[in-house]
Design a protein around this ligand. Structure first.
Ligand code: SF4
Length: 301
């Protein structure tokens, strides 16, 4: 009996497979529930505040309005299962919100949101490559004054080292590929806006060669995933990432048994039948449809 193939791949799943095939199996195939992580939930909150900021008219996108957007996003998050799962006490909650407020403020030191109007926010894109479905969410899509597409991805973690930057830029090519497939136009640039300590913008310029390279790499990874599923062979690969891995208790490299994770998933499935909707974050939404982006592109061409 072979493992079922995942139905799609996202940039984060591709990275997970490259980092450790067994962690990929736990996450993408066994779908083992992972505990909420403070940095990830804080990142989602900041993304939501910036999403709400761009709903306002350009001249209303001020730092004080951004803080109001953060308050509105926080009110939404109070009923979010992942946020509740953090179990923050009053002191920890205060620090969490203060950090998020600083990140939202830092954004204004990097860009003037009143100087442009996005054509897409939290845009969910997908495209087929052979029998594989690639999917990803673009934080923001802009059309510059020359009618060129600009993709923006907000990052709330630390700026990567030079070596890590290469793998982050692999994700950038992923977004450029999806845009080219769906809108028939390669983005002029993809910018990663870092809002953590040392805020800065890292810009990448996708080329025909870089996008084709991404396509080839993704096809090779998909072939490796198919082979691993067929042969039921997902091997652990130890690295520094094991220190933060949610699946360590089931990992044979640390004395665990992967089958225990499967029982846990089955139990979670039973609970979700009892309580539909539990576990879905629902915090981030797609604000602008792909058809609207297409219409904007046609108008400018
Ligand atoms: S603990 Fe390390 S080796 Fe084991 S699954 Fe996690 S990342 Fe892979």
């Amino acid at each position: 009996m072979s493992f079922p193939l995942p139905t799609s791949l996202s940039p984060s799943k591709v990275s997970t497979f490259k980092d450790c095939a067994l962690a990929f199996r736990f996450s993408a195939i066994d779908k083992v529930p992972e505990p909420p992580s403070m940095p990830a939930v804080k990142g989602s909150l900041v993304h939501r505040a910036l999403e709400l900021l761009f709903v306002a008219k350009p001249h209303e996108r001020t730092p004080s309005h951004a803080q109001e957007c953060l308050s509105a996003a926080t009110a939404e998050f109070m009923s979010n299962p992942e946020f509740i799962g953090l179990e923050l006490d009053d002191v920890a909650l205060g620090e969490f919100l203060a950090d998020a407020a600083v990140m939202v403020d830092r954004y204004f030191g990097l860009e003037d949101p009143a100087s442009f109007d996005p054509i897409g926010i939290e845009l969910m894109l997908s495209a087929s490559v052979g029998n594989l479905l690639l999917r990803g969410i673009i934080d923001r899509l802009d059309l510059d004054s020359d009618g060129e597409l600009v993709v923006t991805d907000y990052k709330t973690g630390k700026v990567p080292s030079e070596k890590q930057e290469l793998s982050r830029l692999g994700g950038v090519q992923f977004y450029a590929f999806l845009c080219e497939r769906l809108f028939g136009k390669r983005p002029k640039k993809v910018q990663l806006i870092y809002l953590g300590p040392s805020p800065q913008i890292i810009v990448a310029t996708p080329s025909e060669q870089s996008i084709r390279g991404l396509e080839q790499r993704v096809k090779a990874i998909w072939t490796a995933v198919e082979r691993a599923c067929e042969q039921e062979d997902f091997r652990p690969k130890q690295s520094m990432l094991c220190n933060w891995c949610s699946f360590k208790a089931y990992c044979p490299a640390f004395g665990g048994n992967p089958d225990d994770a499967r029982y846990l998933t089955a139990a979670a499935d039973l609970r979700s039948v009892d309580s539909p909707g539990a576990g879905s974050s629902g915090a981030r939404s797609v604000a602008v449809s792909i058809s609207r982006v297409g219409a904007e592109l046609r108008e400018t061409s």
